[in-house]
Design a protein around this ligand. Structure first.
Ligand SMILES: Cc1ncc(COP(=O)(O)O)c(C=O)c1O
Length: 432
């Protein structure tokens, strides 16, 4: 008898979840399924797609590169597409970020940032400075280190023994502030908690990691730039490296190229992935300042950063990233982003009248609606119901528990985006 090799899908329980839908092709915001359906991808396929599926310019760039050179070892060698990408990114980055390290995805970009931070102090003869600060509700990936700095959640529950300890400080999730506290008071409380920790423990803390301005998987929690600015000030004061995880927020999602730009903050290290290749191929990048990297340039071989992945600096992924950056140069990408932001803002306003809506949140191309639920959280019973409801109406939205959010590719038309909000309105009016 033939044994099938069954594919095990991510974040999927095959005993409970519907069977995966075979997709045959995709174009723009649309996925075309084998059974003849057309589904609108309103979440950019886990937040990676920027300029539309099967974007011909990116597809062509990859094909051309594949005919020349697909991949070469990146230790001891370099190549044009990687050098071009470094120069292409240069233009968009704060001048202080001068070093770029390639990896494979968001999680590895985070692992690199954490390891560089710890070894930075070790190379300086300050090995005691090795602890990490992270935020409540944060999410940084699923590998062991990234999972350690992510907050406790159903994703991490089975792996307590594998996660190392981190200092966890409250995030300014203002909607969930304690009753009787004003937004200002709660923001102040969060800043004070961080200040107290750094004051007390700066001798042993190497770095702080956070998602700038939006905590994505934690529920599209948009928080005030004031907190990010204060975190920057406090990290500088206590010689703690600030890591901005821009894996989700990068490449225009929040309205500027990077969320840090909106707050006028320059981190010591920055993690990029997802949109970097326009959603075509996996790639991670960790950036850091000359000060951070300087201590790895040393006569002592033990000061080397002994870290790398087989596909580091993959030439096809670099070609895709270069083509995506070229689209930012040639096409009105920021006008598209501003158009999405405007519709998000207008349509979200309408939701406040519904009693099931607790809060609406918006920043740039990201719009979110937090629904009131007894079982609020990722495992909320609302999630599977809503997911199916949207799919049946031809829209792919994957609520984060009781938080419904929209994060479309930038090529979505106004009519298409209105259609997404119409379907959410229908859900809010009929499902509850
Ligand atoms: C902020 C942030 N960091 C890191 C990651 C992990 O990225 P990847 O899934 O590519 O490993 C994610 C993924 O959603 C993310 O949102």
């Amino acid at each position: 008898m033939t044994q099938f090799l069954r594919i095990w899908h991510p974040f999927t329980n095959s005993a409970l979840d519907p069977a995966p839908i075979p997709v045959e092709r995709a174009e723009g915001v649309w996925l075309y399924t084998k059974d003849g359906r057309k589904i609108m991808d309103a979440i950019s396929s886990w937040w990676v797609n920027l300029h539309g599926h099967a974007n011909p310019r990116i597809a062509m760039a990859i094909a051309e590169q594949a005919r020349k050179m697909e991949h070469v070892i990146f230790a001891g060698f370099t190549h044009g597409p990687a050098e071009k990408l470094a120069q292409g990114l240069r233009k968009w980055l704060a001048p202080e970020l001068t070093q770029l390290f390639f990896s494979d995805d968001g999680s590895t970009a985070v692992e690199v940032a954490l390891k560089v931070s710890v070894q930075h102090f070790s190379n300086k003869g300050r090995a005691k400075k090795k602890e990490i600060v992270a935020l409540e509700h944060g999410y940084h990936g699923d590998s062991a280190g990234a999972m350690s700095v992510s907050d406790d959640s159903p994703f991490t529950e089975a792996f307590r023994s594998m996660r190392y300890a981190v200092h966890r400080v409250p995030s300014p999730y203002l909607y969930r502030r304690p009753a009787g506290t004003t937004e200002e008071e709660y923001l102040e409380h969060c800043v004070r908690a961080l200040a107290n920790l750094l004051e007390e423990k700066s001798e042993t803390i190497a770095c702080m990691i956070l998602e700038p301005l939006v905590q994505g998987a934690g529920g599209m929690i948009v928080y005030p730039a004031e907190f990010l600015k204060k975190a920057r000030e406090l990290c500088t004061r206590h010689d703690v490296l600030l890591i901005a995880d821009e894996v989700m927020t990068g490449f225009g999602r929040t309205g500027k190229m990077f969320a840090c730009d909106l707050a006028g903050v320059v981190p010591d290290l920055m993690c990029l992935s997802k949109g970097i290749t326009g959603g075509f191929l996996p790639m991670g990048v960790t950036l850091c300042t000359d000060r951070v990297e300087g201590v790895f340039r040393s006569e002592n071989r033990m000061h080397t950063f002994y870290h790398g992945h087989s596909y580091t600096g993959n030439a096809l992924a670099c070609a895709a990233a270069n083509a995506s950056l070229q689209i930012f140069e040639d096409e009105p990408v920021f006008d598209r982003i501003a158009g999405i932001a405007k519709i998000n803002e207008e349509r979200l306003r309408e939701f406040r009248k519904y009693s099931v809506v607790g809060e609406t949140r918006q920043i740039g191309t990201i719009g979110a609606i937090e629904l009131r639920a007894e079982d609020a959280g990722y495992l909320s019973g609302m999630r599977p119901k809503l997911y199916q409801f949207f799919l049946e109406r031809g829209v792919l939205l994957r609520p984060l528990g009781n938080v419904v959010y929209v994060m479309p590719p930038y090529v979505i038309s106004a009519d298409e985006l209105h259609r997404v909000y119409d379907v959410i309105t229908e859900a809010v009016e009929t499902v509850f």
